[in-house]
Design a protein around this ligand. Structure first.
Ligand code: 13P
Length: 262
């Protein structure tokens, strides 16, 4: 049985006490499922208190960002080294970081190396803008983002990371259609098979992100090669987020049952 990964990216919302309350509410509603891993990515400020609060059988933590040097004169930054006891995962190259904070391909590559060096699993975000899609450049954009971000990694390391396909036109707008996700996910795994090896392409977990809501879960989980979701707005509402986890669990159960009947 493949294990699904559901990540809530809270972005720049919730102070430490609001974050703690949300975790409390989520704990009441989300059950422990062997087939689903639930990850929360609160603000940097909330990571420390939440790391003490969470039931680790239910939740793991991710940072939304971190700097690529481990230590030094970098005012205002937090390193992966500082996060290593707190988080399992680190989101890297989110489109908001690339576009609003001008993170370029090389910086994303260096952050990937820093996360791995510090034994934090990267969740690498890739995806095209609306114009790039309209101009037929989706695959080229994915190619360039994957090529740089993964350039210093071994096949073994690539097999252990997570890649989130988050088309920028979908974030906060309208979820991509299953066919669109299918093409991007197939391209991503194909790239990894070509450049690394089949084993890495099979093992790497690929998520979809962009306006994910409970209604689209089943359609998107039916897309071959999708291992879960990276969720923004809907992860801030405990009921909706719990509904997404339940919908994913139901899908897993039905899928397993139908496989057993084959
Ligand atoms: P939304 O789910 O709000 O579209 O955000 C997606 C996202 O950017 C998650 O990282």
């Amino acid at each position: 049985m493949r294990k699904l990964l559901i990540v809530g990216n809270w972005k720049m919302h919730l102070n430490a006490s609001q974050a703690s309350l949300l975790v409390h509410r989520l704990s009441e509603r989300i059950k422990i499922h062997r087939d689903i891993e639930v990850v929360l990515a609160p603000s940097m400020l909330a990571l420390q208190p939440l790391s003490l609060q969470i039931d680790r059988r239910k939740f793991r933590l991710a940072s939304q960002n971190a700097y690529f040097h481990d230590e030094g004169a970098y005012t205002g930054e937090v390193s992966f080294t500082m996060l290593r006891e707190l988080v399992h995962y680190g989101i890297i190259g989110h489109s908001e970081r690339r576009h609003i904070f001008d993170e370029d391909l090389n910086m994303v590559r260096d952050k990937m190396a820093a996360a791995i060096r510090n034994e934090i699993t990267p969740i690498l975000c890739v995806g095209e803008t609306k114009h790039e899609r309209q101009d037929g450049e989706t695959k080229q954009v994915l190619h360039d983002q994957l090529m740089t971000a993964l350039s210093n990694l071994t096949a073994h390391e690539v097999g252990k990371i997570v890649i989130a396909y988050e088309p920028i036109w979908a974030i906060g707008q309208v979820a991509a259609k299953p066919d669109q996700v299918k093409d991007a996910v197939a391209y991503t795994r194909g790239y990894i098979a070509d450049v690394f090896n089949d084993s890495a392409a099979k093992k790497v977990r690929v998520l979809y992100g962009g306006d994910v809501a409970p209604e689209v879960i089943h359609g998107l989980l039916a897309v071959p090669g999708v291992d879960g979701f990276l969720i923004g707005r809907a992860s801030l509402n405990y009921q909706t987020f719990a509904d997404i986890v339940e919908a994913a669990h139901r899908w897993q159960r039905n899928h397993e049952t139908s496989k057993e009947g084959e």
